[in-house]
Design a protein around this ligand. Structure first.
Ligand SMILES: *[C@@H]1O[C@H](CO)[C@@H](O)[C@H](O)[C@H]1NC(C)=O
Ligand SMILES: *[C@@H]1O[C@H](CO)[C@@H](O)[C@H](O)[C@H]1NC(C)=O
Ligand SMILES: *[C@@H]1O[C@H](CO)[C@@H](O)[C@H](O)[C@H]1NC(C)=O
Ligand SMILES: *[C@@H]1O[C@H](CO)[C@@H](O)[C@H](O)[C@H]1NC(C)=O
Ligand SMILES: *[C@@H]1O[C@H](CO)[C@@H](O)[C@H](O)[C@H]1NC(C)=O
Ligand SMILES: [Fe+2]
Length: 462
């Protein structure tokens, strides 16, 4: 009897605890997982193995070569010799009828590292929504390698498209799980939210870890475009090594189609894929008033045409809304600079990383504040974006389990687990969003929401 009463009491307490947390707003998941950081996969791990054959092309990756995907830039590294800069491509794997000529470059880092021959070639004049086969490496030798990709469909308001959302990936065993889960969930392209290899966590920023990372992710990024946002781990600013040019490894290895959107630097730009206009911002380049990035974004928001691309998605590494103590408020100065613009523009989603956990917010804004009025509390605003922190790719630094209490009203769901998300745009009014934690089977969804478009179908929920 006493036992029964205790059980009932326990249930009541749990329900009350749940209700009070619901009243405050969001859910802090109680899911238990190991918080222990794992080291990077060993240098001889299977995922880092170079392809067979002398000087075989490796680290193959693609990204858009123009703003909408009628051009694709193919990049690869030949380790020993310059070899050919040519990409052969065509509609049939057995008949690569076209060629694109690229260039190569090398760079050094510190006193010890000299890169292989890094090739970039842009395939132009492609058709939308078409599968192309391509090969890199010299002609008929056994070392040539073949891949394929599908160009994004022609931009249009109701064109479905599925983005993978991955941030802060690194190259641990967790990173490998994240990539495998993303592959199983399937997407057409990845919005990568910054912090790629974490090479800078190794002594002397060991740039061999940039090479291993690129070999590791090739299994996805050679076959579909990844859209790159830069994070702090791309800075590689190391005066102690004589390296004072920020973003040197990143910019040598990962081209972006910045010129096509009128940007003057590879770090901020936009692409228009299917029904989405994706704006990439740089947390680690100047964004104050009158700077090149500020001026570009001001103009770019006027160029967004919601009649053609209804979904306005913004990618930035350092989050503007995060209730995790880790990196707390590091994105604040950029939020102050740009949040009003994004709310005025009715942006749908802002994706961030940097904090190694997962969080999704309500549609809130904090734009009423001026230095004298004290109105600094985020409030619901149906024009405001949802903020998603997806810095949970699984890197060497481990999880951020330092949530602030009480959970703020703006935070809907938060959990310190590794994982990835997908955003499946269905039509101009609806998109389905899912987050997957790695510790579950690949098909298990741990958080999900239907988003309605802020321009075509703004609702008060999501
Ligand atoms: C390859 O494609 C070209 C152009 O369409 C065609 O002329 C040629 O016959 C094809 N070759 C083979 C072997 O199919
Ligand atoms: C590529 O460059 C080589 C050497 O400069 C040249 O011979 C060839 O015609 C070029 N091919 C294309 C498709 O531009
Ligand atoms: C990484 O994942 C792939 C695909 O699941 C698997 O084949 C490979 O063995 C994994 N490698 C390591 C080092 O865990
Ligand atoms: C909501 O956003 C709109 C558009 O930016 C703005 O004009 C309005 O002041 C905001 N409302 C609140 C309560 O912040
Ligand atoms: C858009 O997709 C949603 C979700 O599948 C559906 O309910 C809605 O009817 C669709 N709208 C149009 C105009 O097709
Ligand atoms: Fe970061």
């Amino acid at each position: 009897m006493a036992m029964e009463a205790a059980c009932v009491l326990a249930v009541v307490v749990v329900v009350l605890a749940f209700l009070s947390s619901a009243a405050r707003g969001g859910v802090t998941s109680t899911y238990r997982r190991s918080l222990q950081a794992l080291p990077d996969m060993p240098i001889d791990a299977d995922v880092f193995r170079p392809p067979p054959g002398f000087n075989a092309p490796e680290q193959v990756h693609i990204t858009l070569g123009d703003q909408t995907g009628r051009a694709m830039t193919v990049s690869w590294v030949t380790p020993k010799l310059p070899d050919s800069n040519v990409v052969r491509y065509g509609l049939r794997a057995d008949n690569l009828t076209h060629t694109a000529n690229g260039t190569f470059r090398r760079y050094s880092f510190g006193r010890k590292y000299r890169s292989g021959f890094i090739h970039h070639a842009t395939l132009t004049g492609l058709d939308y929504g078409t599968k192309y086969h391509y090969a890199v490496g010299s002609g008929d030798t056994a070392s040539a390698r073949s891949f394929s990709f599908t160009t994004p469909p022609k931009p249009g308001p109701d064109v479905p498209y599925k983005f993978g959302l991955i941030g802060d990936l690194g190259q641990t065993f967790h990173s490998n799980d994240t990539l495998s889960h993303y592959e199983a969930c399937g997407g057409d392209a990845v919005l990568f939210i910054g912090d790629l290899s974490y090479a800078d966590n190794h002594p002397g920023h060991d740039n061999n870890r940039w090479d291993t990372w690129a070999r590791f992710v090739e299994r996805s990024v050679a076959y579909q475009p990844w859209i790159w946002t830069t994070g702090n781990h791309e800075l590689d600013f190391a005066p102690e090594l004589g390296e004072t040019t920020p973003f040197k490894p990143f910019t040598n290895r990962y081209p972006t189609p910045f010129g096509a959107s009128g940007s003057t630097r590879p770090l901020w730009y936009s692409v228009r894929m299917a029904s989405a206009h994706v704006i990439v911002l740089a947390s680690y380049a100047a964004y104050g008033k009158y700077t090149p990035q500020w001026r570009w974004l001001e103009g770019e928001l006027r160029r967004v045409d919601r009649a053609v691309t209804p979904w306005l998605i913004v990618c930035v590494h350092s989050p503007w809304y995060s209730s995790n103590g880790y990196h707390y408020m590091e994105g604040e100065s950029m939020r102050v600079e740009f949040e009003r613009w994004l709310v005025d523009a009715k942006a749908d989603v802002v994706l961030a990383g940097h904090v190694h956990s997962y969080e999704r917010t309500r549609r809130v804004s904090n734009v009423a504040y001026d230095i004298a009025n004290g109105m600094a509390t985020p409030v619901f605003n149906r024009s405001a974006p949802v903020y998603i922190n997806i810095g949970d790719g699984g890197n060497i630094e481990g999880l951020a389990d330092d949530f602030r209490w009480p959970q703020p009203d703006y935070s809907v769901f938060r959990e310190a687990s590794f994982g990835h998300a997908t955003l499946q745009i269905v039509n101009r009014t609806h998109a389905f969003y899912e987050w997957h934690r790695n510790s579950d089977g690949v098909k298990v969804v741990a958080d999900h929401a239907w988003f309605t478009n802020r321009y075509w179908f703004p609702t008060d929920t999501n």
